[in-house]
Design a protein around this ligand. Structure first.
Ligand code: ADP
Ligand code: MG
Length: 367
């Protein structure tokens, strides 16, 4: 089911006594979520992710704009008539009901021709329970399950009516690191199996990047960029998106373009073309630093961390806005960890320039 947001806006009255302006939690969202895909809504806390999801589910009413599921205008439909499945961070299971009863709960209220017998309900519950691999736990109560198992029950409950759209709001945030990884792979698998259009909200860029077909990067109620995770990573539209995506983070330097050379401090670090002389921010991805004895970018060496396949070279530079620079190199490359300096050449496609005023990315050609 395609989900179409048309000029969708949600304003809240200010809760700040000194500032009376409305909070625009969702500002003119206008995009299409393609049928059968998993979309990650990504941004820092307070950027309007939950509000967006609540508008799509019908738990909140938009200030203006429309929502369509396919050709169906659902803007004014109550949540129970939209055909959605919802999963929240805190599972929200009924503690006094068994797993089976929790899963069949959404089926109990079906009326008329949709009404199901007890056997039919249990059959459907078992089907989705198998899908999320909790079919052995049907007679337990939520209190007798681990966090990961409880979240699987919540997912099964959201799936049991075969919703048109599945909405997940930070569903992994309460799980420990290992379970989080495992459960996100499960969600991906289930989504691929069922092909239900799924909107997955998270503030964790790595989580969003790893499972989404498409990510929507937002900040303060505004959509900054929409695209495939790798595309957004490789071509961030502005400095905010560049800094928000990637671990370790991109290193940002004060720089300038003079006569087709890019400077960081007094060092000409790259030959480029297509950019007039101006001051810029230079963002360099951790994999964009190549250790080289005669490399043009000279940094102070702070240390080397070896982690399995890769090493991190930790360095600093007076023109760098990050506290430390983290460069990822493969462990075969020897680093003189005793030295106090380290020199890098830069991989041009891992270097991004940003306008100092607008912070928009500036395209350049490397030579
Ligand atoms: P996120 O889920 O990305 O953390 P939210 O959608 O919860 O963000 O919130 C977006 C903004 O809207 C925040 O500034 C938040 O304080 C504000 N907000 C959310 N819900 C309400 C509400 N019911 N009343 C007033 N302000 C709200
Ligand atoms: Mg939220």
């Amino acid at each position: 089911m395609e989900v179409i947001l048309k000029n969708l806006t949600k304003k809240f009255p200010s809760r700040d006594k000194k500032k009376h302006e409305d909070v625009i939690a969702v500002n003119d969202f206008d995009f299409v979520i393609p049928d059968g895909k998993l979309i990650g809504l990504l941004g820092p806390s307070g950027c309007g992710k939950s509000t967006t999801l609540n508008l799509i589910s019908g738990l909140q009413k938009p200030t203006s704009g429309q929502i369509f599921f396919g050709d169906d205008d659902v803007t004014n439909l109550p949540p129970e008539n939209r055909g959605i499945g919802l999963v929240f961070q805190n599972y929200a299971l009924y503690p006094h009901l068994t797993v089976r009863q929790n899963i069949t709960f959404p089926l109990e209220n079906l009326k008329g021709k949709d009404k199901l017998t007890k056997e039919q309900m249990n059959e459907k519950a078992l089907e989705v329970a198998k899908m999320v691999q909790i079919d052995e736990l049907m007679d337990r109560k939520p209190g007798e399950l681990s966090g990961g198992q409880q979240q699987r029950v919540a997912i099964a409950r959201a799936l049991v009516k075969m919703p048109r759209v599945l909405l997940l709001d930070e569903p992994l945030s309460n799980l420990d690191a290992r379970l989080r990884l495992q459960t996100r792979e499960e969600i991906r698998r289930i989504q691929k199996e069922t092909k239900i259009t799924t909107i997955f909200v998270t503030h964790d860029q790595e989580e969003a990047m790893s499972i989404s077909d498409m990510i929507v990067v937002m900040k303060e109620g505004v959509v900054h960029q929409i695209g495939k995770p790798q595309e957004v990573y490789d071509k961030p539209i502005n400095l905010f998106v560049a800094k928000f995506l990637g671990t370790p983070p991109i290193s940002v330097f004060e720089g300038k373009v003079r006569e087709n050379k890019l400077y960081i401090g007094d060092d000409a670090v790259l030959d480029i073309a297509g950019v007039p002389n101006k001051d810029v921010y230079v963002g360099i991805r951790p994999e964009g630093f190549d250790l080289k004895e005669d490399g043009p970018l000279c940094c102070a060496l702070r240390g080397v961390e070896v982690m399995g396949r890769d090493s991190s070279v930790i360095a600093s530079h007076s023109a760098c806005l990050n506290e430390v620079i983290r460069a990822i190199i493969d462990t075969d490359t020897a680093v003189d960890a005793e030295g106090d300096q380290v020199r890098f050449a830069l991989a041009p496609h891992k270097v991004h320039l940003f306008d100092k005023e607008t912070e928009a990315r500036i395209d350049f050609e490397s030579r």
